[in-house]
Design a protein around this ligand. Structure first.
Ligand code: GLP
Length: 222
């Protein structure tokens, strides 16, 4: 079911409530976190709440194949928008890396991800699992589709500057999380969200795999 909210503020604050509840209940929580425009309000809201992140371990969903120090890398995004504004230990903040099997091993060590927050791409991707990704996929290097490169060019200035490849957690990896929240913002996301959540479960729409998870909540505002 898609929960339709009245505003971006409400979207950010409802998801922040879920994260806050998790961190208070279990300080040693293991979270999977997204990037993109959608979670920016969530991160601002979490910072405002001055939570204790000192026992929290995070795994980001994906990263471009590029220098981590690049201003548009997801490492830089997370530092700027969340990590540097909380008391989280940098060593507890993980991003997919190569060899990808070692990253999966590291996640396995912390198996039992408590909460995974996701966004959705306009072609139905989650993390960088583009249409056609196997539902069993694990962390790996992927080629980005032209659509995703175009969509994400707004961060880089031009499509030519967007990296063509990324490392992403797999759909199989994401589905092992105990609880999953999908956030979507903007009229342009509503159609794909409906297709993913109410349509056929197919690898052509990666987010449709979420219909098979037993604890998913979907929040949308236009
Ligand atoms: C990128 C990220 C996804 C994210 C998507 C939507 O492609 N890899 O994890 O969900 O963008 O981003 P936005 O919130 O900016 O629409």
């Amino acid at each position: 079911m898609i929960n339709i909210l009245n505003s971006y503020k409400e979207l950010s604050s409802i998801v922040a409530d879920i994260v806050e509840k998790q961190l208070r209940k279990q300080p040693l929580s293991k979270l999977i976190l997204p990037t993109g425009s959608t979670p920016l309000g969530l991160y601002d809201e979490l910072v405002k709440r001055k939570l204790d992140w000192s026992h929290t371990i995070t795994f980001n969903l994906d990263e471009y194949l590029m220098n981590h120090d690049h201003p548009y890398s997801y490492h830089s995004y997370m530092k700027k928008n969340l990590f540097d504004r909380t008391n989280i230990y940098p060593n507890n903040c993980n991003f997919p890396f190569r060899p990808t099997l070692s990253f999966e091993d590291k996640m396995y060590t912390y198996r039992g991800i408590d909460l995974c927050i996701l966004g959705i791409g306009s072609n139905g991707h989650i993390a960088f699992n583009e249409p056609g990704s196997s539902f069993k996929s694990r962390t790996r290097v992927v080629d980005l589709t032209e659509q995703t490169i175009q969509d994400n060019s707004r961060f880089f200035g031009s499509a030519e500057d967007v990296p063509k490849q990324a490392i992403t957690m797999g759909l199989g990896t994401i589905m092992e999380s105990k609880k999953i929240i999908l956030m979507a913002n903007g009229k342009h996301k509503l159609n794909i969200l409906k297709v993913a959540m109410n349509g056929k479960v197919t690898e052509d729409v990666p987010a449709s795999i979420l219909q098979k998870h037993n604890d998913v909540e979907v929040f949308y505002c236009d």
